[in-house]
Design a protein around this ligand. Structure first.
Ligand SMILES: [Zn+2]
Length: 86
């Protein structure tokens, strides 16, 4: 048996950036730091979820907005940020 191999170009969707769902700023993927540090949530709510069973949840936040919203609750290296301020 001989395989017949040829090169083909495959078209695919590629994410090239994101808009922060809080501040609305736009970030290109080429902005490596902001791209790498974004908070990207894509999940499906499960049975009994406050979001509704089976609903698709999506959220993209820039690192600054994620820090503003989640900072009081985030543990960094096992410590809450609020503990460092006291
Ligand atoms: Zn933002």
């Amino acid at each position: 048996m001989t395989l017949h191999i040829e090169k083909q170009t495959i078209e695919q969707d590629v994410c090239t950036g994101f808009d922060c769902d809080r501040c609305g700023r736009q970030f290109d993927r080429e902005n490596f730091i902001e791209w790498q540090e974004r908070l990207d949530i894509q999940t499906t709510a499960g049975y009994g979820s406050i979001w509704g069973d089976g609903n698709q949840l999506e959220l993209q936040l820039c690192q600054e907005c994620a820090h503003d919203i989640l900072g009081p609750y985030m543990r960094v290296n096992g410590r809450k940020l609020s503990e460092d301020r006291s």
